[in-house]
Write a protein that binds this ligand. Structure first.
Ligand SMILES: Cc1cc2nc3c(=O)[nH]c(=O)nc-3n(C[C@H](O)[C@H](O)[C@H](O)COP(=O)(O)O)c2cc1C
Length: 183
């Protein structure tokens, strides 16, 4: 099984990336995990949509080789970061220009979301991602998601250790997702 992790933050010391690394540790060798590199894809522009730019094709190939996607995203202004939205906009487009079925790289793809943020634990970002998953015909895992709310000290020191309860939530999500993608 292969799971592609997508981090919604490009920040070097991203808390969302740290959370993803922790989740990868829980999964261990039960699935192959890759972190999607997508910082080099261009802005969505229908003038350059076909043929897909090389960087977009590379990302699509990586995603189509996966059994599931796990997106870890911060919340930017009550929504998802622009870089992640741009990636999802590309992924929402049919692979073939005039395909009446509009098959994309993520059609029927199992997906789950986590988020590290401020007081709201990236709840708005995760809600937006759920809405996008429906619109993009992905298969979102039902049930609990790891939403982590960071205290101000974490932002000041750029470090945070998950509580036992938060670890458990993340572990539950990882176990749940391994089962979900098998179906
Ligand atoms: C442009 C911008 C907008 C933000 N808006 C919100 C927000 O609406 N809600 C929130 O909880 N945090 C917000 N934050 C704070 C981020 O949640 C915080 O910086 C987080 O650590 C970013 O994730 P990362 O550590 O994975 O990069 C915002 C940060 C930025 C840069």
């Amino acid at each position: 099984m292969k799971i592609v992790f997508i981090i919604g933050s490009l920040r070097r010391k991203s808390f969302n990336r740290s959370l993803a690394e922790r989740a990868a540790g829980f999964i261990g060798d039960r699935a192959e995990i890759s972190f999607l590199e997508y910082a080099d894809i261009p802005y969505m522009n229908q003038d350059i949509e076909h043929p897909a730019p090389e960087a977009v094709q590379k990302v699509r190939d990586e995603i189509m080789s996966a059994d599931g996607l796990w997106i870890f995203s911060p919340e930017y202004n009550f929504s998802i970061p622009g870089v992640l939205k741009n990636l999802l906009d590309w992924l929402s487009r049919p692979l073939m220009p005039a395909d009446p079925q509009r098959i994309t790289a993520v059609t029927d793809m199992p997906v789950t979301f986590s988020g590290v943020g401020g007081r709201m634990a990236a709840a708005n970002a995760r809600k937006r991602l759920s809405e996008l998953a429906i619109f993009m015909k992905m298969r979102q895992m039902p049930g609990e998601e790891a939403g982590i709310s960071l205290p101000a000290e974490a932002f000041a020191s750029d470090s945070y250790t998950l509580s036992a309860e938060e670890e458990q939530k993340l572990r539950n999500q990882a176990e749940g997702f391994l089962e979900f993608i098998k179906r």
